[in-house]
Design a protein around this ligand. Structure first.
Ligand SMILES: Nc1ncnc2c1ncn2[C@@H]1O[C@H](COP(=O)(O)OP(=O)(O)OP(=O)(O)O)[C@@H](O)[C@H]1O
Length: 243
């Protein structure tokens, strides 16, 4: 069985003349919770978008479950790879239920009855009341919207969950709560999670593996304990001093 969920094989990416990722090589084994941290603009979001095919590399290739993303069917890929982002990007004119059912409905995987049941289950999974299903995103708090974003990302029953600062806009207690629930989900569902954050404490707390990026390259890739015990250079040491 393929043990790798994601492989970046000498990946380069530029926007116009500006290189963002430079010869990035990275293997993510199945079941890893990878947190990615680095300065604003260092290429974290770009790396995530290469995994679900929103972007294509200029050099090298990205593989998901051994298949080249560039050659994969985008809808099938989006089902296998859930994506949750800061600010969530929920569709404002759709109810919570419709938002959650969006990806499965693209491939007509849920009939009406299955849809209602799965939406209910997913709301429960992320700690929301079933009544929320009929609300619109504008009628929810920031933390509730983030939970809906996670439910939506889980709806396609993905093996891989990409999360781009999903807990950026909530208070500390809610954030802690969301972190605990996400970690429980990760363990229960055996997901591979790739989680971008600006918060070193969050990166260390959640990650089974932490990737520190600096200007489109890997500054260090290590489990949190090892990162703390043996920071690979001045940049990682400075990051850790923010704890
Ligand atoms: N569509 C685009 N066109 C041109 N430049 C872009 C585009 N998207 C991103 N960039 C630039 O590429 C660089 C990397 O962007 P990216 O979003 O990957 O960074 P990031 O590490 O996720 O940043 P942040 O932490 O601020 O979200 C930045 O300098 C950004 O301005």
């Amino acid at each position: 069985m393929e043990e790798l969920a994601i492989r970046f094989d000498h990946v380069s990416k530029r926007y116009g003349e500006t290189p963002v990722l430079d010869d990035l090589c990275l293997d993510v084994r199945k079941g890893t919770f990878l947190t990615i941290i680095g300065r604003s603009g260092c290429g974290k979001t770009t790396a995530l978008k290469l995994v679900n095919g929103l972007l294509t590399p200029d050099g090298g290739a990205v593989y998901v479950d051994g298949a080249d993303v560039a050659a994969s069917d985008p809808i099938a890929l989006r089902r296998r790879v859930g994506y949750a982002i800061q600010g969530v990007g929920l569709f404002p004119h759709m109810t919570v239920a419709k938002n959650i059912a969006y990806v499965p409905s693209l491939s007509r995987r849920w009939d009406r009855e299955t849809g209602a049941r799965r939406v209910g289950e997913l709301l429960e999974t992320v700690g929301l009341e079933p009544e929320m299903a009929g609300r619109y995103p504008g009628e929810l708090s920031g933390g509730q919207r983030q939970r809906v974003g996670i439910a939506r990302a889980l709806a396609g029953e993905p093996d891989i969950l990409l999360m781009d600062e999903p807990f950026g806009a909530v208070d500390g207690i809610t954030r802690r709560d969301l972190q605990d629930q996400l970690q429980a989900l990760w363990r229960r569902l055996g997901l591979t999670v790739v989680f971008v954050t600006h918060d070193i404490r969050e990166a260390l707390r959640l990650g089974s593996l932490v990737l520190v990026m600096e200007a489109g390259r890997i500054a260090q890739l290590a489990p949190p304990e090892e990162l703390c015990a043996h920071p690979a250079g001045g940049f990682v040491r400075r990051l850790l001093s923010d704890r």
